[in-house]
Design a binder for this molecule. Structure first.
Ligand code: ATP
Ligand code: MG
Length: 267
């Protein structure tokens, strides 16, 4: 049995390879001791680690694990998934929206880090909690779908008020910029607030990603990371905005396991 583990800031992603088949599971990074206890029960497994908590996990387990750099592992995993998807792209940007967001440019089988932003899954969770007191990921992504961003975010068309706009009127001019205009007439619901949090995260991630794509001359942007799990609103925001800016977005099924699969493949 081979086990690839990407121990990240929020979640530990585990990819188990047995009889040429992968099974995937994840656990909170705060439960790293439980993952170590499980690894103790399979001492003969070949283990490959990556991610910010890889070295700490190594200190807890009996296996002498292989370790790879998170960015190389993630890229290797993405390559595997793209082959499975029959998606033949060689020049692209990938954006890993984890606790934070890391953006990379790929060409000729090599990745280089193109940048990043502190807007990501961690911001989504933290800001949602500050604004609504909610901290359950599933609840946050479910409630977000019911939200109305129009009363919180200021769009270009709100500023131009029917006049001809120089850029698409549906674009956000100012995230949270409509709040004070509506404070006397609207009650902002938790759903409205959380939808707008997903808005600023999604739009920031996309803006930084497409700037990288433009800088490097790439047409495709591949998005991965657990932040997109069951998160149709975040996916839609990122997808629509990427398309609007004339780039081609891809989401990889199980893409959040890229690091875990990749470190195993690099072993
Ligand atoms: P990093 O790569 O930045 O070290 P990570 O690898 O832990 O972090 P991911 O697992 O890709 O990052 O994504 C973490 C994000 O996924 C969280 O910030 C949150 O928005 C979201 N998420 C999805 N499922 C859960 C969950 N069950 N509990 C908490 N957060 C979740
Ligand atoms: Mg990660």
């Amino acid at each position: 049995m081979k086990i690839g583990i990407d121990a990240g800031g929020t979640l530990i992603k585990i990819a188990i390879l047995e009889n040429d088949k992968f099974t995937f599971r994840k656990q909170l990074s705060t439960e790293i001791d439980e993952v170590a206890e499980w690894l103790k029960t399979v001492p003969d497994a070949q283990v490959a680690l990556t991610g910010g908590k890889a070295t700490y996990l190594q200190s807890l387990i009996p296996q002498n694990a292989f370790q790879s750099i998170e960015f190389d592992a993630t890229f290797r995993g993405i390559q595997s998934f793209l082959i499975e998807m029959n998606l033949d792209i060689s020049k692209f940007v990938f954006s890993n929206v984890g606790t934070g967001t890391s953006i990379h440019f790929v060409d000729n089988g090599k990745q280089i880090r193109a940048g990043g932003t502190g807007a990501g899954g961690g911001m989504m969770m933290g800001l949602s909690y500050l604004l609504t007191g909610k901290e359950d990921f599933d609840e946050i992504v479910t409630i977000a779908k019911e939200g109305n961003r129009d009363i919180i975010d200021l769009k270009v068309k709100h500023i131009y008020k029917g006049d001809k706009t120089p850029i698409p009127g549906e674009l956000t001019a100012a995230n949270f910029g409509n709040v004070l205009h509506n404070k006397d007439t609207e009650n902002f619901s938790d759903a409205d607030k959380i939808a707008s949090v997903l808005g600023i995260v999604g739009e920031t991630v996309t803006t930084v990603s497409i700037h990288a794509a433009r800088e490097f001359g790439a047409e495709y942007v591949v998005y991965i990371g657990s932040s997109f799990l069951n998160n149709t609103l975040l996916r839609d925001i990122v997808m629509n905005y990427t398309v609007l800016r004339n780039f081609k977005p891809y989401f990889i099924e199980n893409g959040e396991y890229s690091g875990a699969v990749g470190t195993l493949r690099l072993m």
